[in-house]
Design a protein around this ligand. Sequence first.
Ligand SMILES: [Mn+2]
Length: 430
Amino acid sequence: MIIAHTADSHVGPSGSQLDRETGLNARMMDRARCLEFVIQDSIHRGAELILFAGDFWAGPGEIGLGCRPTPTQVHLVREALRIATGEGLPVVAILGNHDAAKGSNEWHAFELLADMPGLRTVDKPCLLNVWRHHHGEIGHDGEAFEYGSHSVEPLEMSPADGADLQLQLACLPFPNANLLLRDEEVRKLDPGERNLRIRELMMDCARGLAAQRIERVPCLLLGHFAVDVAEAGTQNRLMMLGGEWTLNLQELEALGFDACLLGHVHKPQNLGSGTVYSGSPEACAFGEEGEEKRYVLWSELRPGIFELESIPSPYRKLVTLSLSDLSEDGASVNPTIPVAGAIVRLEIPPESTLTADEARRAIEAAGAFEARVTKARSETMRRRDSDISASMGPVEALREWLAGKPDIQPLTDALITEALRVEEALGGAV
Ligand SMILES: [Mn+2]
């Protein structure tokens, strides 16, 4: 069996460039096209099942605000998924933190996909059965399977006649902390204790799923969370600051799943034995500059034994230049730097006579898709306001803001702890 594994498409706008073909936000279209590519390309390579490990929508600028995909964002994701479901290929998608509603009593964005045949969305821990069925077979609903060779059903459904149980999927979507914790825990625990408590509860769920598996049937864990040894990259700095709970790699692998296919961390990486972040197929922020974006194709050699292949996605390159990458007169970019088609940023030091317009012209002449040029102000000017941007998480932004307030800066850690407590009391999972 061949399985495609992807996550974190984050189909949503950022920046102000427009896509030349559709007139929509260019970065949103870049992300939608990478998601489409993953689905299209994996079908060409023989994928029989597509697993999406969370976060269809939003972007890092929206951390803490909950999920609000616009009708356009929903349409783009549905169109990409339809490439697979239209051919009868099953897709399983688990809820990521960006797809989730903020409150535990609100509906989440997966409601907007619920009517798609062939797509199974998962918003709470569960075990799914993947059946291989034979030509002309009749499904539980009495309909013949017209195309496709696999179907995905919840554990409690009885075996389809003549079908073989091929695989089990243990799904561990991003939890709603307010559902997971009791009220007094939400209120009383400090952020560190709270994170440990969530780790314990998530591991209980994972152990419960492992206990339900049918022996000798391969079982993969599909999850959306951070593992404690994962390299986060700048995009996920928030969790490294202690703002978010993680699971422990050894504890996870001790559960005995044949592999863990994960989402949430955008940097592609293979950890331990068979614990893999596919990474995002397109970047969400400059913090992901230089990461080789991809999706992962899992080919089963024999039951439970998989061979992995990283398939590069057609992501847009992000390039940070320094002044020395421009010619002496500032009129051209060093031709050895691949800026064609890229989003390029440059901060001109205050002592340079080069203007932002001149630098922008040079970068555009080298074929860049977008030039983001700023001129640094002198140090005394800079101190007055800080470099807070929409792409920062709340902890990072607060830290940056406090850096410019010498009188209260010594209280930084205490203030951040308090801010996280307030955020939690307001009912938000970061
Ligand atoms: Mn996530």
